[in-house]
Every structure is written in structure tokens, then in C-alpha cells.
Design a protein around this ligand. Structure first.
Ligand code: ATP
Ligand code: MG
Length: 249
């Protein structure tokens, strides 16, 4: 990988792009993942490549949901594994959530590679290899999940999820936490908690909130969840993209 000077004005964006390229070279990220990253970058540019106050609020709500969950699962695809392998493992540890590999373009080989990669980055157990249950309403390959993983979960974090699967998971009655830079994409539109932020900023920030809330009571966590206004969060991100105004300004 070419060295990118720390003071380069687009340093973070370039590092992120190289991680995705590296993910493709390692066989953990699909070629479609490159296209998804390009789409994400365009939105991130318009969002000012920063976590909006509304996104930070949604990240705190996501942390509260993960801590309240009976069984939380963090869904990991090829882009997430390439971009935030350490950070997603840390989030699982901080919240007691399971990790499950869940791919749009599923191949057993890529599932295994991602699971190995997460274990190299400190994960104890990685689900997604059994694929012994189905999400209703999706075609066979896209529907595969683990019966003791996503299928059983009450709360799922799905970064960069495809719109159809986000809708199908929501129809199963799950609390869905979606990270996606495009507030108009169907995935955040169907989410219980839409987080319009880059996964590289969002995941560590959810972990920071979870650490901060570790000793909070159930009542406090429930109050954070109750107070959340998903429409306002989506509107604030769209407003920032359309007018350049950060929410709260
Ligand atoms: P649909 O409306 O069906 O969801 P789509 O165009 O959103 O269609 P996807 O395959 O879901 O299709 O596209 C990938 C999504 O992931 C895009 O919305 C893009 O903004 C988002 N994305 C890409 N990279 C990142 C990233 N690093 N962090 C957060 N979101 C990202
Ligand atoms: Mg989408």
C-alpha cells in the first residue's frame, strides 16, 4: 500500500479506499463492494466527512439498544470486515453481541475467509457458517442466516445492508440498527435506528457510547431509546446534504 501523508487533506478517505482495495485482494470484499464504497464516499463528501450531531445521537441510541438486547447480533459483510475488523470485534466485546458474517453475494469461501479474518483480529466466535435458517421473503441465497444468530436475534446491527434484506429483517420484527451514508437508501429508511455516518466513524463511536452507558440502569437506557426520533435523524442528514447546514446550527 502506498504511504499516504498524515497531513493530506483527504487522508482518512484515501486510507479507507485502500482498505477496501486490500479487502478485495484478500478475497474478503466483493467487487461490488468497491462500487458500494464509491457510493458511500460521495455521500460522505456531502456530509463533510464528519459525524453529524444527529448521527452521534443515533449512535448513542444504538448503544442503548445493544445493551438492552436479549440477543444482539452484529452483521458483518466484506466491506465491514475490510474497514473495521478491530473495531467491530471491540463493539461485540463491549456489548456482549454476537458477530455473524452475512453476505449479499454469498460464497462459502468468502464467509470462511471473513470469519478467519475476524478471528485474527481477536474475535472468539464468529457465526454465519451454518446458514441453517432463512429470512422469510427473500430468495434462497440472500435469505441464509444462522438459527442461533441473526434468525434468533431481537436486535441486529446491519452496516451497509441491502434494501431488500433490511426490509425483510424489519418484517421479522427485529430492532434494526442500520449504518448507511445515504439517508435516502431503503436500508436506513426501514431501520428502527438509521445511523447516517461512515462505518469507520460510527462503529468506534457506538463502542464509546456503550462504554459510557455500561453502568446505566435499564430505565435510563429505555429512556434514551424512547426519546429517539428516527424521522428527525434522517431529515437532519438530508438537510446537511442538500444545504450544507449541520443540524443544531
Ligand atoms: P437500496 O436502496 O436497495 O439500499 P443502494 O443503492 O443503497 O440501494 P446498496 O447495495 O445498499 O444499494 O449500497 C451500498 C450502501 O452502502 C450505499 O447506500 C452507500 O452509501 C453505503 N456505504 C458504502 N460505504 C459505506 C461506508 N463506509 N459507511 C457507511 N455506508 C456506506
Ligand atoms: Mg442501500
Amino acid at each position: 500500500m502506498t504511504e499516504i501523508p498524515e497531513d493530506h487533506p483527504r487522508h482518512d478517505s484515501l486510507v479507507t479506499r485502500h482498505r477496501i482495495e486490500d479487502g478485495v485482494d484478500r478475497g474478503i470484499t466483493s467487487r461490488q463492494g468497491l462500487v458500494a464504497q464509491g457510493r458511500g464516499e460521495a455521500y460522505d463528501y456531502l456530509l463533510g466527512e464528519q459525524t453529524l450531531p444527529s448521527a452521534d445521537g443515533a449512535e448513542r441510541v444504538a448503544a442503548a439498544h445493544l445493551l438492552l438486547a436479549e440477543h444482539a447480533v452484529l452483521s458483518v459483510n466484506g466491506n465491514v470486515a475490510a474497514l473495521v475488523p478491530d473495531e467491530i470485534v471491540e463493539l461485540a466485546e463491549a456489548t456482549g453481541a454476537d458477530l455473524e458474517v452475512n453476505l449479499f453475494n454469498r460464497t462459502e469461501e468468502r464467509v470462511e475467509r471473513i470469519a478467519d479474518y475476524l478471528r485474527e483480529h481477536g474475535a472468539d466466535e464468529v457465526k454465519g457458517t451454518k446458514a441453517d435458517a432463512r429470512i422469510p421473503g427473500l430468495d434462497h441465497e440472500r435469505a441464509k442466516v444462522d438459527s442461533d444468530g441473526i434468525h434468533d436475534a431481537d436486535v441486529v446491527l446491519v452496516p451497509l445492508e441491502d434494501g431488500d434484506r433490511a426490509e425483510a429483517l424489519a418484517e421479522m420484527g427485529k430492532t434494526e440498527l442500520v449504518i448507511d451514508l445515504n439517508p435516502l437508501s431503503r436500508s436506513p429508511q426501514t431501520a428502527s435506528v438509521p445511523i447516517v455516518d461512515n462505518v469507520v466513524r460510527a462503529v468506534p463511536n457506538i463502542t464509546a457510547h456503550a462504554s459510557d452507558l455500561r453502568d446505566a440502569s435499564r430505565e435510563e437506557l429505555e429512556a434514551i431509546v424512547e426519546d429517539f426520533d428516527r424521522e428527525a435523524a434522517l431529515a437532519a442528514a438530508e438537510e446537511r446534504i442538500r444545504t450544507g447546514a449541520a443540524d443544531g446550527e
